[in-house]
Design a protein around this ligand. Structure first.
Ligand code: ADP
Ligand code: MG
Length: 461
Protein backbone atom coordinates (compact mmCIF):
# COMPACT_ATOMS: atom_id res chain seq x y z
CA UNK A 1 0.00 0.00 0.00
CA UNK A 2 1.47 3.39 -0.91
CA UNK A 3 1.72 6.45 1.28
CA UNK A 4 -0.26 8.48 -1.25
CA UNK A 5 -3.41 6.66 -0.23
CA UNK A 6 -3.49 8.57 3.08
CA UNK A 7 -4.59 12.09 3.62
CA UNK A 8 -4.49 12.41 7.33
CA UNK A 9 -3.40 10.81 10.54
CA UNK A 10 -6.91 9.63 11.36
CA UNK A 11 -6.89 7.36 8.37
CA UNK A 12 -3.42 6.02 9.19
CA UNK A 13 -4.47 5.25 12.75
CA UNK A 14 -7.71 3.64 11.60
CA UNK A 15 -5.87 1.33 9.25
CA UNK A 16 -3.24 0.54 11.88
CA UNK A 17 -5.99 -0.41 14.34
CA UNK A 18 -7.49 -2.72 11.74
CA UNK A 19 -4.11 -4.43 11.41
CA UNK A 20 -3.77 -4.64 15.17
CA UNK A 21 -7.14 -6.34 15.50
CA UNK A 22 -5.88 -9.12 13.31
CA UNK A 23 -2.88 -9.64 15.55
CA UNK A 24 -4.11 -9.50 19.13
CA UNK A 25 -7.11 -10.62 21.12
CA UNK A 26 -10.25 -8.41 21.05
CA UNK A 27 -9.91 -8.01 24.79
CA UNK A 28 -6.33 -6.77 24.60
CA UNK A 29 -7.23 -4.51 21.72
CA UNK A 30 -10.10 -2.83 23.46
CA UNK A 31 -8.25 -2.55 26.73
CA UNK A 32 -4.94 -1.16 25.48
CA UNK A 33 -5.45 0.34 22.03
CA UNK A 34 -9.02 1.57 21.80
CA UNK A 35 -8.38 4.44 24.27
CA UNK A 36 -5.39 5.70 22.24
CA UNK A 37 -5.24 8.34 19.53
CA UNK A 38 -2.59 9.33 17.05
CA UNK A 39 -1.39 12.82 17.91
CA UNK A 40 1.37 13.31 15.41
CA UNK A 41 2.74 11.45 12.50
CA UNK A 42 5.75 12.53 10.51
CA UNK A 43 9.25 11.54 9.48
CA UNK A 44 8.73 7.93 10.40
CA UNK A 45 7.64 8.88 13.89
CA UNK A 46 4.23 8.33 15.45
CA UNK A 47 3.19 10.01 18.68
CA UNK A 48 0.35 8.24 20.44
CA UNK A 49 -1.83 10.00 22.99
CA UNK A 50 -2.39 8.06 26.20
CA UNK A 51 -4.41 8.69 29.34
CA UNK A 52 -1.58 7.78 31.66
CA UNK A 53 1.85 6.21 31.49
CA UNK A 54 0.57 2.74 32.33
CA UNK A 55 -0.47 2.42 28.70
CA UNK A 56 3.03 3.24 27.53
CA UNK A 57 4.59 0.84 29.96
CA UNK A 58 2.24 -1.97 29.14
CA UNK A 59 2.41 -1.51 25.39
CA UNK A 60 6.20 -1.19 25.40
CA UNK A 61 6.51 -4.33 27.45
CA UNK A 62 4.00 -6.44 25.59
CA UNK A 63 2.96 -5.09 22.23
CA UNK A 64 5.63 -2.79 20.85
CA UNK A 65 6.73 -5.20 18.13
CA UNK A 66 3.14 -5.90 17.16
CA UNK A 67 2.31 -2.21 17.03
CA UNK A 68 5.37 -1.38 14.94
CA UNK A 69 4.47 -4.25 12.64
CA UNK A 70 0.93 -2.94 12.22
CA UNK A 71 2.21 0.54 11.37
CA UNK A 72 4.73 -0.89 8.99
CA UNK A 73 2.06 -2.86 7.15
CA UNK A 74 0.08 0.32 6.66
CA UNK A 75 2.92 2.74 5.93
CA UNK A 76 5.36 0.45 4.22
CA UNK A 77 8.34 1.49 6.30
CA UNK A 78 9.54 1.44 9.88
CA UNK A 79 7.81 3.75 12.31
CA UNK A 80 9.29 4.90 15.59
CA UNK A 81 6.63 5.03 18.27
CA UNK A 82 6.45 7.59 21.04
CA UNK A 83 3.86 8.25 23.69
CA UNK A 84 2.49 11.43 25.16
CA UNK A 85 0.13 11.76 28.08
CA UNK A 86 -2.89 13.90 27.27
CA UNK A 87 -5.12 15.83 29.62
CA UNK A 88 -8.51 14.39 30.44
CA UNK A 89 -10.33 16.50 27.82
CA UNK A 90 -7.65 15.51 25.33
CA UNK A 91 -8.28 18.49 23.08
CA UNK A 92 -5.14 20.45 23.71
CA UNK A 93 -2.93 17.90 22.13
CA UNK A 94 -4.98 17.23 19.01
CA UNK A 95 -3.68 19.14 16.00
CA UNK A 96 -5.97 21.56 14.14
CA UNK A 97 -6.91 21.16 10.49
CA UNK A 98 -4.01 23.22 9.24
CA UNK A 99 -1.28 21.24 10.92
CA UNK A 100 -3.06 18.08 9.89
CA UNK A 101 -2.94 19.13 6.26
CA UNK A 102 0.71 20.00 6.60
CA UNK A 103 1.45 16.64 8.05
CA UNK A 104 -0.48 14.86 5.36
CA UNK A 105 1.87 16.49 2.90
CA UNK A 106 4.90 15.40 4.84
CA UNK A 107 3.49 11.90 5.08
CA UNK A 108 3.71 11.61 1.33
CA UNK A 109 7.38 12.45 1.21
CA UNK A 110 8.21 10.19 4.11
CA UNK A 111 10.11 7.60 2.13
CA UNK A 112 13.24 9.72 1.91
CA UNK A 113 13.52 9.97 5.69
CA UNK A 114 13.30 6.32 6.63
CA UNK A 115 16.92 5.46 5.89
CA UNK A 116 18.00 7.83 8.55
CA UNK A 117 16.10 5.77 11.07
CA UNK A 118 17.42 2.50 9.82
CA UNK A 119 20.95 3.79 10.34
CA UNK A 120 20.47 5.38 13.71
CA UNK A 121 21.18 3.31 16.77
CA UNK A 122 18.52 1.86 18.97
CA UNK A 123 19.18 2.89 22.52
CA UNK A 124 16.15 2.44 24.73
CA UNK A 125 15.22 5.95 25.92
CA UNK A 126 14.41 5.00 29.48
CA UNK A 127 17.67 3.13 30.07
CA UNK A 128 19.45 6.17 31.52
CA UNK A 129 21.69 6.63 34.54
CA UNK A 130 19.05 8.64 36.33
CA UNK A 131 16.50 5.83 36.05
CA UNK A 132 19.02 3.32 37.39
CA UNK A 133 18.63 2.70 41.10
CA UNK A 134 21.97 2.12 42.79
CA UNK A 135 22.27 -0.41 45.61
CA UNK A 136 25.05 -2.47 47.12
CA UNK A 137 24.43 -5.16 44.52
CA UNK A 138 25.30 -2.95 41.58
CA UNK A 139 27.24 0.05 42.88
CA UNK A 140 30.58 -1.11 41.53
CA UNK A 141 29.25 -1.81 38.04
CA UNK A 142 27.38 1.48 38.15
CA UNK A 143 30.45 3.47 39.20
CA UNK A 144 32.56 1.82 36.51
CA UNK A 145 29.89 2.61 33.91
CA UNK A 146 29.70 6.24 34.97
CA UNK A 147 33.48 6.53 34.79
CA UNK A 148 33.52 5.10 31.27
CA UNK A 149 30.62 7.32 30.22
CA UNK A 150 32.43 10.41 31.45
CA UNK A 151 35.71 9.68 29.75
CA UNK A 152 35.36 6.96 27.14
CA UNK A 153 38.50 5.08 26.18
CA UNK A 154 40.45 6.80 28.92
CA UNK A 155 39.47 4.74 31.97
CA UNK A 156 38.48 1.11 31.64
CA UNK A 157 38.78 -0.45 28.24
CA UNK A 158 37.08 -2.74 27.60
CA UNK A 159 34.43 -2.60 30.27
CA UNK A 160 32.92 -6.03 30.78
CA UNK A 161 29.64 -6.17 32.74
CA UNK A 162 28.27 -9.56 33.71
CA UNK A 163 25.39 -10.90 35.77
CA UNK A 164 22.37 -13.11 35.31
CA UNK A 165 19.32 -12.18 33.29
CA UNK A 166 17.24 -9.14 34.22
CA UNK A 167 19.78 -7.48 36.50
CA UNK A 168 20.41 -4.35 34.45
CA UNK A 169 23.31 -5.13 32.07
CA UNK A 170 21.61 -3.72 29.00
CA UNK A 171 20.27 -0.81 31.02
CA UNK A 172 23.77 0.23 32.14
CA UNK A 173 25.20 -0.26 28.70
CA UNK A 174 22.55 1.95 27.08
CA UNK A 175 22.97 4.52 29.85
CA UNK A 176 26.66 4.80 28.94
CA UNK A 177 25.69 5.28 25.29
CA UNK A 178 23.12 7.98 26.12
CA UNK A 179 25.57 9.82 28.33
CA UNK A 180 28.35 9.82 25.75
CA UNK A 181 25.96 11.00 23.02
CA UNK A 182 24.64 13.77 25.21
CA UNK A 183 28.16 15.02 25.94
CA UNK A 184 29.17 14.72 22.34
CA UNK A 185 26.37 14.13 19.84
CA UNK A 186 28.72 13.45 16.96
CA UNK A 187 30.22 10.37 18.63
CA UNK A 188 29.57 7.23 16.65
CA UNK A 189 27.99 4.84 19.13
CA UNK A 190 27.24 1.40 17.73
CA UNK A 191 25.07 -1.00 19.72
CA UNK A 192 24.39 -4.62 18.78
CA UNK A 193 23.89 -7.90 20.51
CA UNK A 194 26.45 -10.56 19.67
CA UNK A 195 23.60 -12.37 17.93
CA UNK A 196 22.95 -9.40 15.65
CA UNK A 197 26.67 -9.10 15.00
CA UNK A 198 26.71 -12.75 13.95
CA UNK A 199 23.62 -12.43 11.76
CA UNK A 200 24.86 -9.31 10.05
CA UNK A 201 28.24 -10.92 9.52
CA UNK A 202 26.71 -14.00 7.90
CA UNK A 203 24.47 -11.88 5.74
CA UNK A 204 27.41 -9.67 4.74
CA UNK A 205 29.31 -12.73 3.58
CA UNK A 206 26.30 -13.99 1.63
CA UNK A 207 25.80 -10.69 -0.13
CA UNK A 208 29.45 -9.87 -0.67
CA UNK A 209 29.22 -6.85 1.61
CA UNK A 210 31.96 -7.65 4.04
CA UNK A 211 33.73 -4.36 3.40
CA UNK A 212 30.61 -2.41 4.42
CA UNK A 213 30.09 -4.58 7.45
CA UNK A 214 33.65 -3.98 8.62
CA UNK A 215 33.39 -0.28 7.98
CA UNK A 216 30.24 -0.03 10.06
CA UNK A 217 31.88 -1.56 13.11
CA UNK A 218 35.40 -0.29 12.70
CA UNK A 219 34.29 3.30 12.34
CA UNK A 220 32.65 3.24 15.75
CA UNK A 221 33.97 5.48 18.50
CA UNK A 222 32.09 3.46 21.07
CA UNK A 223 31.11 -0.15 20.44
CA UNK A 224 28.52 -1.78 22.68
CA UNK A 225 28.23 -5.54 22.31
CA UNK A 226 25.44 -7.04 24.39
CA UNK A 227 25.24 -10.67 25.51
CA UNK A 228 28.58 -11.94 24.22
CA UNK A 229 27.72 -15.39 25.53
CA UNK A 230 25.91 -15.88 22.21
CA UNK A 231 29.26 -15.89 20.44
CA UNK A 232 29.71 -19.34 21.98
CA UNK A 233 30.72 -21.83 19.34
CA UNK A 234 30.40 -19.34 16.46
CA UNK A 235 34.01 -19.51 15.39
CA UNK A 236 33.97 -17.31 12.34
CA UNK A 237 32.03 -14.58 14.10
CA UNK A 238 34.50 -14.72 16.96
CA UNK A 239 37.37 -14.45 14.52
CA UNK A 240 35.72 -11.43 12.89
CA UNK A 241 34.97 -9.87 16.23
CA UNK A 242 38.53 -10.44 17.37
CA UNK A 243 39.75 -8.28 14.50
CA UNK A 244 37.07 -5.66 15.11
CA UNK A 245 38.07 -5.56 18.75
CA UNK A 246 41.76 -5.13 17.93
CA UNK A 247 41.12 -2.44 15.34
CA UNK A 248 39.02 -0.41 17.78
CA UNK A 249 41.23 -0.99 20.75
CA UNK A 250 44.33 0.01 18.83
CA UNK A 251 42.50 3.08 17.61
CA UNK A 252 41.79 4.01 21.22
CA UNK A 253 38.03 3.50 20.95
CA UNK A 254 35.83 2.43 23.84
CA UNK A 255 34.46 -1.10 23.89
CA UNK A 256 31.79 -2.27 26.32
CA UNK A 257 30.65 -5.85 26.60
CA UNK A 258 28.03 -7.68 28.61
CA UNK A 259 27.49 -11.34 29.31
CA UNK A 260 25.57 -13.61 31.65
CA UNK A 261 28.85 -14.84 33.18
CA UNK A 262 32.50 -13.75 33.54
CA UNK A 263 34.66 -13.92 30.37
CA UNK A 264 36.42 -17.11 31.41
CA UNK A 265 33.12 -18.91 32.01
CA UNK A 266 31.66 -18.26 28.57
CA UNK A 267 31.82 -21.72 27.09
CA UNK A 268 33.31 -22.16 23.67
CA UNK A 269 34.82 -18.71 23.59
CA UNK A 270 38.32 -18.61 22.14
CA UNK A 271 41.06 -17.96 24.66
CA UNK A 272 42.38 -14.97 22.82
CA UNK A 273 38.96 -13.30 23.10
CA UNK A 274 38.66 -14.21 26.77
CA UNK A 275 42.02 -12.62 27.45
CA UNK A 276 41.07 -9.48 25.47
CA UNK A 277 37.86 -9.20 27.45
CA UNK A 278 39.86 -9.35 30.67
CA UNK A 279 42.23 -6.56 29.66
CA UNK A 280 40.09 -3.81 31.10
CA UNK A 281 37.68 -3.94 33.98
CA UNK A 282 35.19 -6.69 34.80
CA UNK A 283 32.20 -5.71 36.93
CA UNK A 284 29.51 -7.99 38.23
CA UNK A 285 25.82 -7.26 38.83
CA UNK A 286 24.38 -9.18 41.79
CA UNK A 287 20.70 -9.75 42.51
CA UNK A 288 19.29 -6.75 44.39
CA UNK A 289 18.72 -6.89 48.13
CA UNK A 290 15.35 -6.04 49.63
CA UNK A 291 16.15 -2.32 50.11
CA UNK A 292 17.19 -1.95 46.48
CA UNK A 293 14.14 -3.86 45.29
CA UNK A 294 11.93 -1.57 47.28
CA UNK A 295 13.74 1.52 45.98
CA UNK A 296 13.36 0.27 42.40
CA UNK A 297 9.64 -0.31 42.93
CA UNK A 298 9.18 3.13 44.43
CA UNK A 299 11.04 4.81 41.61
CA UNK A 300 9.06 2.93 38.96
CA UNK A 301 5.75 3.57 40.68
CA UNK A 302 6.54 7.29 40.78
CA UNK A 303 7.34 7.21 37.09
CA UNK A 304 4.10 5.43 36.33
CA UNK A 305 2.39 8.05 38.38
CA UNK A 306 0.62 5.52 40.56
CA UNK A 307 0.21 5.47 44.28
CA UNK A 308 0.57 2.11 46.00
CA UNK A 309 0.72 1.69 49.73
CA UNK A 310 4.06 0.87 51.35
CA UNK A 311 2.74 -2.49 52.44
CA UNK A 312 1.80 -3.43 48.87
CA UNK A 313 5.23 -2.37 47.60
CA UNK A 314 6.90 -4.29 50.38
CA UNK A 315 4.78 -7.32 49.59
CA UNK A 316 5.98 -7.28 45.98
CA UNK A 317 9.62 -6.60 46.95
CA UNK A 318 9.62 -9.48 49.39
CA UNK A 319 8.29 -11.95 46.91
CA UNK A 320 9.91 -11.12 43.60
CA UNK A 321 13.64 -11.32 44.14
CA UNK A 322 15.79 -12.76 41.46
CA UNK A 323 15.16 -10.59 38.44
CA UNK A 324 14.44 -6.88 38.09
CA UNK A 325 12.56 -7.33 34.86
CA UNK A 326 10.19 -9.64 36.69
CA UNK A 327 9.93 -7.16 39.53
CA UNK A 328 8.83 -4.54 37.00
CA UNK A 329 6.43 -7.00 35.43
CA UNK A 330 4.81 -7.57 38.81
CA UNK A 331 4.51 -3.85 39.43
CA UNK A 332 3.08 -3.30 35.94
CA UNK A 333 0.39 -5.82 36.54
CA UNK A 334 -0.61 -4.28 39.83
CA UNK A 335 -0.47 -0.81 38.27
CA UNK A 336 -2.61 -1.90 35.33
CA UNK A 337 -5.17 -3.33 37.72
CA UNK A 338 -5.20 -0.14 39.74
CA UNK A 339 -5.54 2.01 36.62
CA UNK A 340 -8.41 -0.01 35.24
CA UNK A 341 -10.30 -0.42 38.47
CA UNK A 342 -9.83 3.07 39.71
CA UNK A 343 -9.66 2.13 43.37
CA UNK A 344 -7.14 1.25 45.97
CA UNK A 345 -5.73 -2.22 45.72
CA UNK A 346 -5.65 -4.49 48.74
CA UNK A 347 -3.01 -6.98 49.64
CA UNK A 348 -5.22 -10.01 48.94
CA UNK A 349 -5.82 -8.74 45.43
CA UNK A 350 -2.11 -8.24 44.90
CA UNK A 351 -1.51 -11.76 46.07
CA UNK A 352 -4.08 -13.09 43.62
CA UNK A 353 -2.77 -10.95 40.76
CA UNK A 354 0.81 -12.02 41.30
CA UNK A 355 0.17 -15.69 41.92
CA UNK A 356 2.20 -16.89 38.96
CA UNK A 357 5.09 -14.53 39.74
CA UNK A 358 5.22 -15.80 43.30
CA UNK A 359 5.06 -19.42 42.22
CA UNK A 360 7.75 -18.86 39.62
CA UNK A 361 10.06 -17.33 42.23
CA UNK A 362 9.37 -20.16 44.62
CA UNK A 363 10.16 -22.77 42.00
CA UNK A 364 13.52 -21.13 41.45
CA UNK A 365 14.81 -21.32 44.94
CA UNK A 366 13.02 -24.14 46.74
CA UNK A 367 14.96 -27.36 47.08
CA UNK A 368 14.11 -30.69 48.67
CA UNK A 369 16.97 -30.13 51.06
CA UNK A 370 15.57 -26.73 52.06
CA UNK A 371 12.17 -28.26 52.67
CA UNK A 372 13.62 -31.01 54.82
CA UNK A 373 15.43 -28.46 56.95
CA UNK A 374 12.36 -26.29 57.42
CA UNK A 375 10.14 -29.24 58.28
CA UNK A 376 12.70 -30.68 60.71
CA UNK A 377 13.03 -27.30 62.37
CA UNK A 378 9.27 -26.81 62.72
CA UNK A 379 8.55 -30.33 63.97
CA UNK A 380 11.56 -30.37 66.26
CA UNK A 381 13.44 -33.17 64.55
CA UNK A 382 16.99 -33.68 63.43
CA UNK A 383 17.72 -33.36 59.74
CA UNK A 384 18.97 -36.95 59.73
CA UNK A 385 15.48 -38.13 60.74
CA UNK A 386 14.35 -37.18 57.25
CA UNK A 387 16.39 -39.95 55.70
CA UNK A 388 16.44 -42.46 58.54
CA UNK A 389 14.47 -45.69 58.53
CA UNK A 390 12.88 -45.04 61.91
CA UNK A 391 9.12 -45.05 61.89
CA UNK A 392 7.61 -43.73 65.10
CA UNK A 393 4.71 -41.45 64.29
CA UNK A 394 6.37 -38.28 65.54
CA UNK A 395 9.01 -38.81 62.86
CA UNK A 396 7.04 -40.56 60.15
CA UNK A 397 4.37 -37.85 59.84
CA UNK A 398 6.75 -34.88 59.50
CA UNK A 399 8.84 -36.90 57.07
CA UNK A 400 5.73 -37.49 54.98
CA UNK A 401 4.92 -33.77 55.21
CA UNK A 402 8.37 -33.01 53.82
CA UNK A 403 7.82 -35.47 50.96
CA UNK A 404 4.40 -33.99 50.30
CA UNK A 405 5.83 -30.45 50.18
CA UNK A 406 8.74 -31.55 48.01
CA UNK A 407 6.23 -32.86 45.53
CA UNK A 408 4.09 -29.70 45.65
CA UNK A 409 6.82 -27.09 45.74
CA UNK A 410 9.57 -28.40 43.51
CA UNK A 411 9.53 -29.92 40.05
CA UNK A 412 11.40 -33.02 41.24
CA UNK A 413 10.09 -36.43 40.27
CA UNK A 414 8.74 -38.92 42.83
CA UNK A 415 11.85 -40.97 42.27
CA UNK A 416 14.25 -38.08 42.92
CA UNK A 417 12.33 -37.14 46.04
CA UNK A 418 12.45 -40.73 47.33
CA UNK A 419 16.18 -40.73 46.70
CA UNK A 420 16.62 -37.59 48.81
CA UNK A 421 14.76 -39.23 51.69
CA UNK A 422 17.26 -42.01 52.33
CA UNK A 423 16.75 -43.91 49.08
CA UNK A 424 13.03 -44.62 49.37
CA UNK A 425 11.14 -45.68 46.24
CA UNK A 426 8.63 -43.57 44.34
CA UNK A 427 5.69 -45.57 45.72
CA UNK A 428 6.59 -44.49 49.25
CA UNK A 429 6.58 -40.84 48.19
CA UNK A 430 3.24 -41.20 46.43
CA UNK A 431 1.81 -42.86 49.53
CA UNK A 432 3.13 -39.99 51.67
CA UNK A 433 1.56 -37.38 49.40
CA UNK A 434 -1.83 -39.10 49.56
CA UNK A 435 -1.67 -39.65 53.30
CA UNK A 436 -0.87 -36.01 54.01
CA UNK A 437 -3.52 -34.77 51.59
CA UNK A 438 -6.10 -36.87 53.43
CA UNK A 439 -4.86 -35.83 56.85
CA UNK A 440 -4.83 -32.12 56.26
CA UNK A 441 -8.39 -32.19 55.06
CA UNK A 442 -9.51 -33.71 58.37
CA UNK A 443 -6.91 -32.55 60.91
CA UNK A 444 -7.03 -28.78 61.44
CA UNK A 445 -3.90 -28.82 63.56
CA UNK A 446 -1.78 -30.47 60.96
CA UNK A 447 -3.29 -28.25 58.27
CA UNK A 448 -2.22 -25.21 60.25
CA UNK A 449 1.30 -26.52 60.73
CA UNK A 450 1.74 -27.42 57.07
CA UNK A 451 0.42 -24.02 56.07
CA UNK A 452 2.94 -22.30 58.32
CA UNK A 453 5.90 -24.29 57.00
CA UNK A 454 4.75 -23.65 53.44
CA UNK A 455 4.76 -19.94 54.03
CA UNK A 456 8.18 -19.99 55.59
CA UNK A 457 9.56 -21.96 52.67
CA UNK A 458 7.93 -19.64 50.13
CA UNK A 459 9.27 -16.52 51.71
CA UNK A 460 12.70 -18.09 52.15
CA UNK A 461 12.73 -17.14 55.82
P1 ADP B 1 19.78 -7.63 31.58
O1 ADP B 1 20.32 -6.97 30.35
O2 ADP B 1 20.80 -7.80 32.64
O3 ADP B 1 19.04 -8.90 31.31
P2 ADP B 1 18.12 -5.29 31.66
O4 ADP B 1 19.16 -4.24 31.58
O5 ADP B 1 17.36 -5.57 30.42
O6 ADP B 1 18.72 -6.64 32.22
O7 ADP B 1 17.16 -4.92 32.87
C1 ADP B 1 15.88 -5.52 33.02
C2 ADP B 1 14.89 -4.48 33.46
O8 ADP B 1 15.17 -4.10 34.80
C3 ADP B 1 14.94 -3.22 32.63
O9 ADP B 1 13.65 -2.74 32.42
C4 ADP B 1 15.74 -2.26 33.48
O10 ADP B 1 15.35 -0.93 33.28
C5 ADP B 1 15.40 -2.71 34.88
N1 ADP B 1 16.49 -2.49 35.82
C6 ADP B 1 17.57 -3.26 36.02
N2 ADP B 1 18.35 -2.79 36.99
C7 ADP B 1 17.77 -1.66 37.43
C8 ADP B 1 18.10 -0.69 38.43
N3 ADP B 1 19.18 -0.81 39.20
N4 ADP B 1 17.25 0.35 38.60
C9 ADP B 1 16.14 0.46 37.85
N5 ADP B 1 15.78 -0.41 36.91
C10 ADP B 1 16.57 -1.46 36.68
MG1 MG C 1 20.23 -7.60 28.36
Amino acid sequence: MSNEAFFDDTEIWKQTCEELKKLISPDAYSRWFMPLCLLEFESGRAVLGIKNSIYQYWIEENYIGTLEGAFETVIGSHVKIEFRTITSDGTAAIPDEKTKALKAKKTRSRKSTTRKYADSIDLIPRYMFDTFVVGTNNEFAHAASVAVAKSPARTYNPLFIHGSVGLGKTHLMHAIGHHILKDNPSTKVVYVTSEQFTNEFVSAIQHGELANFRKRFRMADVLLIDDVQFFAGKERSQEEFFHTFNALFDGNKQIILTSDCPPSDVTKLENRLVSRFEWGLTAELQPPDIETRLAILKSKAAKLNIVLSDSVLLFIAERVKANIRRLEGALNRVAAWAALNDRKIKQEQVEELLKDFIQEEARNVITVDGIQRKVAENFDLRLSDMSSKRRPNNIAIPRMVAMYLSRKMTSKSLQDIGEAFGGRDHGTVLHAVKTIEARISSDANLRQQVHMVTQQIESGS
